[in-house]
Design a protein around this ligand. Sequence first.
Ligand code: GLP
Length: 241
Amino acid sequence: MRLDESSPIPLYYQLENIIRRRIEIGEYKPGERIPSLNQLNEEFNLSKVTISKAVANLIEEGILYRERGQGTFVSEEKVKDFSETTGFTETMIEEGRKPSTKVISQDLVSPSELICDKLMINDKQKVILTVRIRIADEIPVAFEKSYIPYAVAPKLLELDLSKDSIYQHLREEGYSLNKTIQEIEAIEADKELSDLLEVKRGKAILKRKRLTFSNGNPVEFSFSFYPGDRYVITTESISTT
Ligand code: GLP
């Protein structure tokens, strides 16, 4: 792809497309620095204003990002979570990524008041708490704590969650997982999250609380933490009126 000075397409836009194309074919790779303004200026012989405009547009689109004093880099592709009712493993496979999991714990515990309230159980009933780091293509993309009443899925305690999917197990046990209520908020990574998700302290994190139902009955309450720059949550609403 080359610049075409006789084209009615503005030069900054042509340059944007050249950079986009170079990213697509892997000439500029995610996480790598692209050539500096001076280098682009030498290669394309365009004014710095035109080059800056092309680069600024790509930064605005999230395709590039700037690190102060370091240069401009190609963004890592974000994990997209489209569905509100699929689990991590399914979502990653749908996206063509390789999911894996580091299990931190998988225990039978007594529920707190909040968990009793969400899962509509009493404090005598036990819940299975699983704590996991979810990995996509070798990069940690989520830290999750999931609470499921023991009575809902007692065999969950025997699963090898470094490989097995909780949602697949629940579906195999006959649960339909057909409704969720979610709350998503932005927080900053504290020491724990920065260690677990391998991000700098203070980095933006998306925190998602999710209550999942099967035919009207709550079966899971979970907390998930996603690095803000590695995850994008998309929701779809359909009005029936
Ligand atoms: C999502 C949900 C969690 C759920 C998990 C199940 O990430 N936010 O609440 O526990 O999926 O994932 P898997 O089926 O891979 O175990």
